[in-house]
Design a binder for this molecule. Structure first.
Ligand SMILES: CC(=O)SCCNC(=O)CCNC(=O)[C@H](O)C(C)(C)COP(=O)(O)OP(=O)(O)OC[C@H]1O[C@@H](n2cnc3c(N)ncnc32)[C@H](O)[C@@H]1OP(=O)(O)O
Ligand SMILES: CC(C)C(=O)C(=O)O
Length: 507
């Protein structure tokens, strides 16, 4: 194995700085316990000086977490460091993380401090913190817009004052991978002490480069990655922990790094954060998005059924998912459809499969996603569509709350396409009345029920119609995303059964 990467998770500090991601003390502790199960090396629990609530949550995390180190953030201000230490001191492995900005723009306009005073303050505060904390981390805020020579000077001073970890943040997500790689190398060349400290990076995602920049920094010698679950954090967020971990895991050939993360806890951790904050990850988010292990198109599904590596570079089990998802939709092919039918316990002949597949494609054109229950409904419907004296061609409904509903229904039968018009009490009644005009028999509607088979506003509606003719009852089922269509088909299904029965009786 190559070098060991330290995963420093800042979900509970920088992550919590994302709008909408604030957590209460109980939630922060719950999240910290899950991060511990994920086996992160450090949990940055918060900014104790920022509020009594944050102080309490850092304290309870420090006291409750045994297997990960716990860090607290503090400005280069005595009071922040005192509060931070008070909150974190009972941790098994406590760390004070103090910072000060080093770019000209931050020093001039925000801190209103002379660069030499910034160096002096950083040195004094690191020395102060090192007086009680066993580990002090120093961050040069806005490092990537700072002068490398200035950074080398301040880093040398704080390392001599006791800093064990030197963090080089890309605070505003400004740098690019090549530039960051060269930048860190330049600081290393200019510094006399940087090789005595752990080099850490903390990359923001303003240009979508948080993960790429972190990896470039690793090539330049960084061994601590600061990151967050689901990539949450100030503005566009931070480098996502799950992405970094899975890159190192999947591309061992390139990075050859060791790390302690238990990848099987990734999905659980991501889901817990979503549950606590109510902030969902986008479906196409790498690793933890709902579609990250889902395949919809026929060619991909066929490939996946032949060999998983055709379209998957990681195993879903590695991150704690049970298996990949084959999503059936309008781009799916016969192989995936047949496989799903078999999983559901259906064995269809080639001809039956072709018919069912056609119906599935029709449905998929109307619905975004076809669920297992849709497929079962398709197969069940086929079983009752044996012979059809009448088949729906089209219908037009004129309906509203102030007019009598009118239905124009066109059916296909022996004589070709025939059209009938009828009125009724609502669109379904009007269509049933129109269908009755085709038939010369006293068929009585006994029961009508409609229910959604699947979820969503584009769900399939299943209509079940019961009619009686003479002493006998006949049932018809109809299935469509349009409830009038499913009702018409259900009624026709029942009527066709009566007619089929009559044919038999006539023989
Ligand atoms: C890049 C980052 O993510 S840094 C972390 C950002 N996180 C946070 O800010 C969350 C927690 N922050 C807070 O709760 C508050 O900002 C507090 C409690 C820290 C400070 O609150 P206030 O005293 O009201 O100050 P306010 O936030 O308005 O301004 C920041 C002050 O800190 C100073 N400051 C900013 N960074 C530092 C630093 N690293 N070291 C020393 N002083 C600093 C600013 O110059 C300003 O000083 P001034 O009040 O003398 O003008
Ligand atoms: C305090 C530092 C590490 C930070 O959050 C940043 O620079 O983004």
């Amino acid at each position: 194995m190559g070098k060991r990467i330290i995963f420093f998770d800042t979900t509970l500090r920088d992550g919590e700085q994302s709008p909408g991601c604030s957590m209460n003390n109980k939630e922060k502790l719950q999240m910290a316990k899950q991060l511990e199960k994920l086996n992160v090396d450090f949990i940055e629990a918060g900014f104790a000086a920022s509020s009594p609530g944050d102080f309490e949550s850092v304290k309870s995390i420090a006291e409750g977490i045994k297997n990960s180190g716990v860090a607290v953030l503090a400005r280069a201000v005595k009071n922040d460091i005192d509060k931070g230490w008070e909150a974190v001191k009972n941790a098994v492995n406590p760390r004070i993380h103090t910072f000060i900005a080093t770019s000209d723009i931050h020093m001039k306009y925000k801190l209103k401090m002379d660069p030499e005073d910034v160096i002096k303050r950083a040195e004094e505060m690191v020395s102060y913190a090192a007086g009680f904390a066993p580990e002090v981390e120093f961050s040069a805020e806005d490092a990537t817009r700072s002068e490398p020579a200035f950074l080398a000077r301040i880093f040398d001073k704080v390392i001599q004052a006791g800093a064990k970890v030197i963090n080089i943040p890309d605070t505003v997500g400004y740098t690019t991978p090549d530039e960051f790689y060269n930048f860190i190398n330049e600081i290393k060349i200019r510094s006399d002490y940087l090789d005595k400290a752990i080099i850490s990076v903390h990359c923001h995602n303003d240009l979508g480069l948080g993960v790429a920049n972190t990896l470039a920094a690793a090539r330049a010698g960084a061994t601590q990655f600061e990151c967050t679950i689901n990539g949450i954090g100030e503005r566009a967020g931070n480098a996502a922990l799950e992405e970094l971990v899975m890159i190192l895991d999947t591309r061992r050939d390139l990075y050859n790094c060791d790390f302690g993360i238990n990848t099987r806890e990734i999905m659980k951790t991501s889901n817990l954060l979503t549950m606590i904050t109510g902030v969902h990850v986008q479906p196409n988010k790498a690793i933890v998005g709902a579609n990250a292990f889902a395949h919809e198109s026929g060619i991909h599904q066929h490939g996946m059924l032949s060999h998983e590596n055709t379209y998957e570079i990681m195993k879903p089990e590695t991150i704690g998912l049970s298996k990949s998802k084959m999503v059936l939709g309008k781009h799916s092919g016969r192989h995936a459809f047949k496989e799903r039918l078999e999983t559901l316990g259906y064995e269809l002949t080639k001809e039956e499969l072709n018919i069912a597949f056609e119906q599935f494609k029709d449905l998929a054109d109307k619905k975004k996603q076809v669920y297992d229950r849709d497929i079962e409904a398709i197969v069940a419907k086929r079983a009752i569509e044996l012979t059809e004296a009448y088949k729906l061609d089209r219908y037009v409904i004129n309906s509203g709350n102030t007019i009598t509903s009118t239905a124009v229904v066109t059916l296909e039968c022996e004589d070709g396409k025939v059209e009938k018009v009828a009125t009724g009490d609502g669109p379904v009644d009007a269509s049933f009345n129109a269908i009755s005009k085709f038939i010369d028999l006293e068929i009585k509607l006994e029961d009508y029920a409609l229910q959604a088979v699947t979820e969503g506003t584009d769900a399939l509606g299943e209509a079940v119609v019961k009619v009686s003719f003479g002493e006998k009852m006949y049932t018809g089922r109809g299935l469509s995303t349009d409830i009038v269509e499913s009702s018409i088909n259900a009624y026709l299904g029942a009527v066709n059964k009566v007619l089929e029965d009559q044919k038999g009786d006539d023989k």
